[in-house]
Design a protein around this ligand. Sequence first.
Ligand code: FES
Length: 98
Amino acid sequence: MGGNGCFMAKTTLWVCIGKHCKEDGSKKTRNTLRDLVQAQGLEDAIEVDTCNCLGKCGKGPVIRIEPGGERVKRISGKKCEAFLEAAQTGTLGRFRKQ
Ligand code: FES
């Protein structure tokens, strides 16, 4: 894949499914991200997995991006498409401020 190198190595999006993020809809976020990755043929570059509490409870769904370990907050199902695009193009800025 092309792009600016952001996703050159395999990236894992760890979606928190801890109690609070679950209440904030993180399972929908995980499912939506998985669907998008599949629909866009990004399986070789991006993996979507789940994890427990990322220490940002109340601001969920929270996602940790590896490598790097950056945590982004409030990625609801409807934001997934924009989030995935921003992650690929290195334009996550607006998601960092949430
Ligand atoms: S439950 Fe997701 S950050 Fe704590």
